[in-house]
Design a protein around this ligand. Structure first.
Ligand SMILES: [Zn+2]
Length: 215
């Protein structure tokens, strides 16, 4: 059964509520399965740029510049993509335990700190509407898309709300449950929520048929 109708990062509607969780969600598939090749949404460096635009962690100007750079240095772009997938595993290891009621390990927290420290080292403080904000606009390197994600991850880990980090009851996606009574169970009601209802309906029908084979 389809886990998601979306197979290209451009079509994915991210619902993590935080860029770090959205980034974890660039791999789909059911929670009970090992990730399959078709569950991967980050297939090229371009996908990383598209993710940045969709989650507004990259400006259009940065995106244009990074696309040009990736064409000039395809080998380096591939290496950044591989690094991005490793960082996604790190963020998964950092936040999934919280969704499951436990805690990330000390080495994972150290790695998250190092990732965020690198992000800070690459960023600059620029004036914003209400003070100052981190910016990676002039950062220049192909690894630019990673820094706002690292920053968002550290912010979430330190400021929370960690009690709101949840995993979908069906697929591997993580999200922030912002409902008043913490009642969100699925990544989306249209996606997994609907799929679960359909599966239950089919299971009920099958059970009824088994009970009364004649009708
Ligand atoms: Zn789901």
């Amino acid at each position: 059964m389809e886990t998601s109708p979306c197979r290209v990062v451009a079509d994915v509607h991210f619902m993590g509520g935080n860029p770090a969780l959205d980034f974890v969600d660039t791999i789909g598939g059911l929670l009970v399965d090992q990730p399959k090749p078709e569950d991967e949404f980050l297939r090229s460096y371009e996908d990383l740029v598209v993710f940045g635009r969709k989650t507004e962690t990259l400006s259009e100007r940065s995106a244009r510049r990074l696309r040009r750079l990736a064409r000039e240095r395809p080998g380096e772009a591939e290496a950044v993509l591989a690094e991005a997938r490793r960082k996604r595993e790190l963020l998964d290891a950092a936040f999934r335990p919280l969704a499951e009621g436990s805690k990330p390990s000390a080495p994972v927290l150290d790695e998250l700190r190092d990732f965020a420290a690198e992000a800070v080292a690459h960023g600059e403080l620029v004036a914003s509407e209400d003070g100052f904000a981190w910016s990676w606009e002039r950062c220049g390197g192909l690894d630019t898309p990673l820094w706002p994600i690292a920053h968002a991850a550290l912010g979430l880990m330190v400021d929370g709300p960690l009690e709101r980090v949840k995993t979908c009851g069906r697929c591997r996606w993580l999200f922030l449950d912002t409902t008043k009574n913490h009642s969100r169970r699925w990544c989306s009601t249209e996606g997994c929520g609907t799929d679960v209802k359909k599966e239950r309906y089919v299971a009920r029908r099958r059970a009824r048929r088994a009970e009364s084979p004649s009708g």
